[in-house]
Design a protein around this ligand. Structure first.
Ligand SMILES: *[C@@H]1O[C@H](CO)[C@@H](O)[C@H](O)[C@H]1NC(C)=O
Ligand SMILES: *[C@@H]1O[C@H](CO)[C@@H](O)[C@H](O)[C@H]1NC(C)=O
Ligand SMILES: *[C@@H]1O[C@H](CO)[C@@H](O)[C@H](O)[C@H]1NC(C)=O
Length: 228
């Protein structure tokens, strides 16, 4: 591009110092029939001499016009490249973002049964890269759109059923259930889902009314991560 600008400047300077090209001499009167061919070629030689004498055998205006057009095209290409670079940088920034969390319920025994459906709060945070999981509310709220993997596992049994439901906002997406069982005091259950989330979407687990889970010893967990 710099080279072309230099060419353009040199070209302009030469045009200024040597003057613009004279208009080409109009066509000479056609030689009459029967005139000798030597006359014609002599006329042509004369035209060339006139051109050279005018000092401008080269079409500087055309050259300048062509150069300007090429520079314009290059500017457009540069702008397109800058735009592509911006997009790539944004893409890389997004790739470097990590969202990973894992949390467990905490307490001395069971959580529930409650009279109403209740969001299960997993107070013990093991991993929370990206701070999307809130251990006060039990709600995961993403700031990165993408595809996520979630799991929830629980331990329960005996005198109450255990019903857990995973929600995306207010949409029920997965559930796990265990019946009340007399002698059966040690059941484990859970589920896993892959969800497409937009920035601001909330994911959480509800413990249904009149059901319970065992909270002690990290036996009931909620985890998730951004796949991409
Ligand atoms: C150069 O560009 C000007 C303006 O666009 C145009 O009027 C002129 O005809 C062009 N000359 C040549 C030789 O291309
Ligand atoms: C690229 O991004 C920078 C900073 O965000 C901005 O100033 C510039 O205008 C952008 N360029 C293009 C071509 O989008
Ligand atoms: C978690 O939620 C509580 C209650 O809404 C809020 O006060 C707190 O700021 C939140 N924590 C984070 C880290 O966002």
């Amino acid at each position: 591009m710099k080279l072309l600008v230099v060419f353009l400047l040199v070209g302009t300077m030469m045009v200024l110092s040597e003057g613009f090209p004279e208009p080409e001499p109009g066509p000479e009167a056609k030689p009459t029939e029967g005139s000798e061919p030597e006359t014609e070629s002599a006329d042509e030689d004369e035209n060339s001499v006139v051109k050279r004498a005018a000092g401008c055998p080269f079409d500087w205006i055309g050259f300048r016009n062509d150069t300007e057009r090429k520079i314009g095209a290059m500017k457009e290409q540069l702008a397109a490249l800058a735009n592509r670079q911006n997009n790539s940088e944004k893409w890389i920034e997004d790739l470097e973002r990590k969202v990973i969390f894992s949390a467990a319920t905490d307490g001395s025994g069971a959580v529930g049964p409650f009279n109403t459906d209740t969001i299960l709060v997993y107070q013990t945070v093991m991993t929370n890269i990206g701070d999307a999981y809130n251990q006060t509310t039990g709600v995961f709220t993403t700031s990165v759109s993408g595809t996520y993997y979630f799991t929830f596992f629980y331990h329960a049994g005996r005198e109450h059923p255990a019903t857990l439901r995973l929600y995306k906002n207010e949409q029920l997406v997965a559930r796990s259930h265990d019946h009340k069982g007399g002698d059966d005091g040690a059941d484990n259950g859970g589920n896993a889902v892959i969800l497409q989330l937009q920035k601001g979407d909330r994911v959480f687990v509800r413990l249904l009314a009149h059901t319970h889970i065992w909270a002690k010893n990290h036996i009931t967990t909620f985890s998730g991560f951004l796949i991409r």
